[in-house]
Write a protein that binds this ligand. Structure first.
Ligand SMILES: *Cc1c(COP(=O)(O)O)cnc(C)c1O
Length: 405
């Protein structure tokens, strides 16, 4: 381990605060480090390897396409890209939708910024502003960075422009008041992932939909973290009463290969015209085949229903920890994207101690542990996770069965 850390420090920008583990292999819900030690993965990258590590259907799709055709540019038709766009029509239920493929979540948001701005400017040259939520996360490119509701992340890169206005994630009135005729889009997640696994209240989603309808703006739901089954529906918005105009996808689409997509319906489907946007690698044959294998596997194995059931079971395990452990005080989120909220800002310590015990989780906030296992997680693995986490909470807090006071 030490050897790799030193070599990395000498050769890479220090952009990532890494945990002291070097993984060399993965299979299903298990990871193995360079000493052969096994870990139970309750993070899935960051909601990426939703079919578990190295799923055979995805590995076969990658290998066979890699021997057939890897790249020809987007100057030509390629079949997997078209089939995948059709799969997005089927799973969103938007038969009239149009898709643009890119390579990441930030790129999907960037494409959606260009799409919504074009749509707005067709109505009025000044209709370019966006309303977004505090705590929202939309990626690290300059446009998505400005949408991201975390001023500390903007500061080092200012000026980023003044076309985004942020409102609290839980205040429908503030959102309604912020949208006007110069708003081209409202940007939300249904469940804020990087923002600490915080659900956006139904009233805020409804206020966003109503304000967009009133002012001719588009509702964009960033489903980069919530999409492709994680919340127990194909897309998180399908578990709400609100239908967006545009969704952004990436993370879990190809189970770990880089792909992103922006899917738009209705008037928004006319948002991007010839020449408006492009990507060299976007929707290439290998990643598109991998994504088709992901969609096929989820359908064939009933993993949407399974994720919904395991989400409920995960919630039960976490609630039980809250009932018994003084350090655990709450649960946020639903489906297979949940957080255990702690009484003290010791989430980094909990994450480190869990890793030492062979459990991979993430401190999504100073006082919250994110759990995002693969969709095919089993009930026995939920039990195993809960036992390990309980042991960790006990070790961090010292006693574990006394009152926190
Ligand atoms: C991870 C994430 C992004 C950024 O995706 P990248 O692939 O890292 O660019 C954007 N939006 C949401 C909601 C995310 O969770």
């Amino acid at each position: 381990m030490t050897g790799w850390a030193a070599r990395e420090a000498a050769a890479l920008f220090p952009t990532y605060a890494r945990r002291p583990v070097t993984f060399v292999r993965g299979e299903g819900t298990r990871l193995y480090d360079d000493s052969g030690r096994e870990y139970l993965d309750f993070l899935s990258g960051l909601s990426v390897t939703s079919l578990g590590h190295c799923h055979p259907a995805v590995a076969d799709a990658i290998a066979s396409q890699a021997r057939t055709l890897v790249h020809v540019s987007n100057l030509f038709f390629t079949q997997p890209q078209i089939e995948l766009a059709e799969r997005l029509q089927e799973t969103t239920g938007w038969q009239d939708s149009k898709t643009f493929f890119c390579n990441s979540g930030a790129e999907a948001n960037e494409a959606a910024i260009k799409l919504t701005r074009r749509h707005g400017k067709r109505q009025d040259a000044a209709k370019v502003n966006v309303v977004a939520l505090d705590g929202g996360f939309h990626g690290r490119l300059l446009g998505p960075l400005l949408l991201t509701g975390n001023p500390a992340k903007h500061e080092p890169f200012q000026p980023l422009g003044d076309w985004v206005r942020h409102v609290p994630h839980d205040d429908p009135g503030a959102l309604t008041a912020a949208v006007d005729d110069q708003t081209c889009a409202v940007w939300v997640e249904v469940l804020q992932g990087e923002g600490g696994v915080r659900p956006v209240p139904p009233a805020v989603l409804q206020a966003a939909r109503d304000a967009c309808d009133r002012h001719g703006a588009l509702l964009v739901v960033d489903e980069v973290q919530t999409g492709v089954g994680r919340l127990g529906s194909w897309y998180g918005f399908q578990g709400t009463d609100v239908v967006p105009d545009v969704v952004c996808l990436a993370k879990a689409m190809a189970n770990g290969l880089p792909i992103g997509a922006v899917v738009a319906r209705g008037a928004a489907a006319g948002g991007l015209a010839a020449g408006d946007h492009a990507s060299t690698f976007g929707g290439g044959p290998v990643v598109a085949k991998a994504a088709l294998a992901v969609y096929d596997t989820i359908s064939q194995e009933g993993l949407i229903e399974h994720a919904a059931a395991m989400g409920r079971a995960l919630g039960d395990r976490l609630v039980s920890l809250v009932e018994r452990m003084p350090l655990a005080v709450g649960v946020r989120g639903h489906g297979l994207l949940q957080a255990l909220v702690l009484a003290e800002p010791v989430a980094a310590d909990v994450t480190g101690a869990a890793l030492d015990r062979g459990l991979v989780v993430n401190d999504v906030a100073p006082d919250a542990i994110r759990l995002a296992p693969a969709l095919l997680i089993k009930e026995a693995e939920l039990d195993h996770m809960a036992e390990e986490l309980e042991a960790v909470l006990r070790s961090i807090h010292g006693d574990g069965d006394g009152d926190i006071s």
